[in-house]
Ligand binder design. Structure first.
Ligand SMILES: [Mn+2]
Length: 417
């Protein structure tokens, strides 16, 4: 079906051009990840987003993609640090094939934007001459495709950035596939609005793209950015999603992929999601019961596997545990916190001392401890704010007595027997 000319793009027998490229978006490089307390792990998550850009390059080579399009929000902020720009350009340069990008709401264009900074221009020329930031709404002509950029020139554009495509007149007899690139929410998807609400900021009605008003017969693929999962939103329109996951999953979206696209003029695009993300963001809700943290430990072990050090875990804990199991749970959480990239804990576990644990405190030979324990249990049963304080005190008292008993039972090294 395809003959390979010595030069120029692949052509089908009917003369139309078949073009393969990759579509990505929402890299949000330089995102601070302020909720990750550990500095080293925070740096790791930031660097992984750069590594994922390089992995796009690996896939471009593997798939022989002619170019890569990036549909906005390459940077998390419109004022990234020079170091962030420099590292981003090194990663983009490593992709090798041409990279065509538009600015999104996070890294919008316009006067004095980051894309006009002398530092950006110098670095681009030095390390990423393959990088083309498209700041104007006009076609880019390639041998194998016409690229139609719809850049955001302000953070919140009141007008649909794709409006110019409704008036665009392609040359007659031009058999090159046409690829539009846009960033924003889309509204013709079952009446729902997708995009900004998941992008980390509410833009209201701004940056809204009306897919239904585009001349779809004149276009062959619409590469969208802003929604962080891989998603088809029209017969020729896809969100690629972010290349590396950046949040705990809230819906069944598919982040951490790049879209591998093959298009021909007048045909339907062939689109495949290929994984580029490395870090795994997991969410578990667990109710603890009589067996304490045993099942929780197994669940974490099974879901994270051997590469638990690539995982961020959001844990919502409920249920009730004994004093001894509370102490086991705390140790277990400390151990996991050390191994994971991040452990986000919503701990609603109630303390429910067993009868034996209560007796071990109230019937203790030391009269002070037994009296304090009895008083604390009475306050706990009375309920209210005091009950929570009493429970914490019971936990501490139990811990201290346990330590004392443990020390007494284990002879110190060198001590006379
Ligand atoms: Mn966005």
């Amino acid at each position: 079906m395809i003959r390979r000319p010595d030069r120029g793009p692949l052509r089908n027998l009917d003369g139309t051009t078949m073009t393969s490229f990759l579509h990505s978006a929402d890299w949000q490089l330089g995102k601070p990840f302020a909720r990750i307390a550990d500095e080293e792990q925070r740096g790791r998550v930031q660097r992984e987003r750069l590594e994922a850009v390089r992995r796009i390059g690996d896939i471009a080579r593997e798939r022989k993609a002619a170019f890569v399009v990036v549909a906005g929000d390459l940077f998390d902020s419109a004022t990234p640090k020079d170091a962030t720009i420099s590292h981003a350009l090194a990663a983009i340069g490593s992709i090798g094939v041409p990279v065509y990008a538009i600015p999104g709401n996070h890294d919008h264009g316009g006067p004095d934007s980051l894309w006009e900074r002398p530092f950006f221009r110098r670095q681009r020329e030095a390390v990423a001459p393959n990088f083309h930031m498209l700041l104007e709404r006009q076609p880019i002509e390639r041998d194998d495709a016409v690229i139609l950029p719809c850049p955001l020139l302000r953070r919140h554009e009141p007008d649909d950035p794709t409006t110019w495509l409704r008036r665009w007149q392609p040359g007659s007899g031009d058999e090159r596939p046409r690829i539009a690139i846009a960033h924003g929410s889309t509204r013709s998807f079952g009446g729902a609005t997708l995009g900004n609400s998941v992008d980390g900021e509410e833009a209201g009605q701004a940056n809204a793209i009306e897919l239904g008003r585009l001349p779809l017969d004149q276009l062959d693929y619409i590469a969208l950015g802003d929604w962080h999962g891989f998603l088809k939103v029209g017969e020729k329109a896809w969100y690629s999603g972010a290349h590396e996951i950046d949040r705990f999953p809230k819906t069944d979206q598919l982040p951490g992929h790049v879209a591998a696209v093959t298009v021909t003029r007048g045909g339907m695009p062939d689109v495949e999601a290929l994984p580029t993300g490395k870090l795994r963001w997991l969410r578990h809700e667990v109710a603890l019961g009589e067996d304490g943290p045993t099942l929780l430990d197994r669940l974490l072990r099974e879901s994270t596997g051997a590469r638990y050090d690539d995982c961020l875990v959001e844990l919502v804990l409920s249920g009730a545990v004994s004093l001894a199991d509370r102490s086991r749970l705390d140790t277990l959480l400390d151990d996991w916190r050390a191994g994971l990239v991040r452990l986000d804990l919503d701990d609603q576990v109630r303390l429910l001392p067993s009868d034996e644990e209560m007796r071990s405190l109230t019937e203790r030979s030391d009269p002070i401890i037994s009296r304090v324990a009895a008083e604390l249990f009475a306050r706990k049963d009375a309920g209210g704010d005091e009950a929570a304080v009493a429970l914490t005190a019971i936990r501490l008292l139990h811990g201290l007595c346990h330590d004392v008993d443990g020390a007494a039972a284990t002879p110190t090294k060198g001590a006379p027997r």
